[in-house]
Structures are given as structure tokens and as C-alpha cells.
Design a protein around this ligand. Sequence first.
Ligand SMILES: C[S@@+](CC[C@H](N)C(=O)[O-])C[C@H]1O[C@@H](n2cnc3c(N)ncnc32)[C@H](O)[C@@H]1O
Length: 274
Amino acid sequence: MTRQPPAPHASPLSAQGDRHFDGLADKFAASLYGGPRGELRLALLDRLLPEMLALHGQPVLDVGGGLGQLAGWFAERDHAVTLAEPSGEMLARARESLAGHEVSVLQTPLQELPEVAPGPWSLIACHAVLEWLADPRSALATLASLLTPGGQLSLMVFNRDALRLSNVVKGNLEKALADRLEGKGLRKRLTPISPLTHGQIEAWSAENGLAIREVAGIRVFADYLREPPQSDADRERLLALEQRYCRVDPHWRLGRYLLYTLERPTRPPEEATA
Ligand SMILES: C[S@@+](CC[C@H](N)C(=O)[O-])C[C@H]1O[C@@H](n2cnc3c(N)ncnc32)[C@H](O)[C@@H]1O
């Protein structure tokens, strides 16, 4: 009897090499939003988004919207929200958590948005998505192309420099020295495949004619603590510290995530300076 060769292991990466979150939704929901790190992220965004964005109930496109927390936040503030997300598993959970909210849902990757939802949009949010893509640079160009002149992009990315520091703090010295920081997107790992630096965001924004209007660090202290806070009073203190220093140099630069407001100017730069 001839033996069948073993079935090839299906890659969790999309044809474009991106890590869609099918197979990861449970772990992501439990390990991030089910715990204090997710709580802190949401509390910081709740304070920062109204400070960093000019919000007036404009429609918003939430790209890679995941479980729908951000879409819900905007919907509660009377924005008409369109959530785009390629993972059916994440979308099913988003639909559940957004029941009762006015949110349109599109099952589509960022790369197809120019055909599926060209806008142009005056407000786009793309949080914690670029680091899961094989080509985050062209993804930023695509997002820029969807913005109306004067439109704002709320962009949050996983910070490569913070990942280096947290590896050193944890004693992963060999990995840090070899600069082997990124994940491979395989199995159920939540280490992003394309962690990004502030320098990359500066360069790619300039390439696409986007101005950096605001920047903040999300979790500038929390991920480096030797012990997580044990009491409610200490959790409050940590939140107060995060809020106080998240936009202060040098602290924002080592936030686990970098949060930007990028704006497409109303006139091209050469006209604006003429
Ligand atoms: C870390 S989660 C972030 C979810 C949500 N934006 C948040 O902040 O909680 C990354 C999300 O990006 C999605 N994603 C991966 N590749 C994508 C692509 N090419 N286009 C749009 N979203 C993508 C994943 O499926 C996943 O839901």
C-alpha cells in the first residue's frame, strides 16, 4: 500500500502574506481585551481620541476593526461607522458586540478598500493593523488615497523600539542583540510580523503627503513593570501616570503602541507654500 504524503500545513498567512486573525480571535479577545492591558488601552484611547482628532460626527471607516471596540466607541458618539475586516471569525464577534449600534460591516482586507469603499473619507481609523501586514508601507499609501483633502487618519501601530526594550527587560538578550524581534505570524502567536518605528511612520507619511498632527504612546509604562499593580488604587495610579506622560517626550517614544493623527492637507504642499 502506498503511503499518502502528509497534508501540507495550511499557512495562516493570507495570499499577500498578512496575518488575518482567523484562528486567533479567542486568544486575542482573552489575552488583550480580557485583561488589564486592554482595559488600559481603551481608557487611554477614550481620553486621547477626542484630544487628538477633530470630531464632529463625521462618517468613519474603521480598517481592520477586529472585535469592534473602536467602532462601538465612534457609534456611541453618533458617527456613522463602516467596519472593514477580513477575518470572518473576528467579524462574527464584532457583529455580536455591536448589536444595537448603527455599524455597517464589510468583510474585506485593507488592500481592496479602494474598490469596495473608496470614499473619499474624512475620517479613517486603523489601529493595530499595519504590524500584521507583509507590506505596511504600501498599506499606508492605500489609506492615504482613501482620505479626502483635510481628512484625518487615526493610526495606531505596534512600536518596534518598545518591543526591543520589553525583550531586554524580560531577559531575552540574545534575541534583542540579534534584532530578531518580529513574529512569523504562525500558530497562535500574538507577536506582530511587522513591528514599526516612528522613523518609518515619519518617512512613509511624508511619502504620501500626510502631515503628522499629533502623536502619543499607548502604555508607556505598564508593559515594563516588574509586577502588575495589585490593587485598584495602584491601577488608578498607573492610569494617571500613563495619561500624564503619554504625550511627553521621551516617554511617548517607548509606548507599546504609537498613536498618530495624520492629516491629508487641503492643498498639495507646493500650492500651500506658493
Ligand atoms: C491586533 S488586531 C486589531 C483589531 C482592532 N483594530 C483593535 O484595535 O482592537 C489586528 C486586526 O487586523 C486584521 N487584519 C489583518 N490583515 C488585514 C488586512 N490585510 N486588512 C485589514 N485588516 C487586516 C486582523 O484580522 C485583525 O482583526
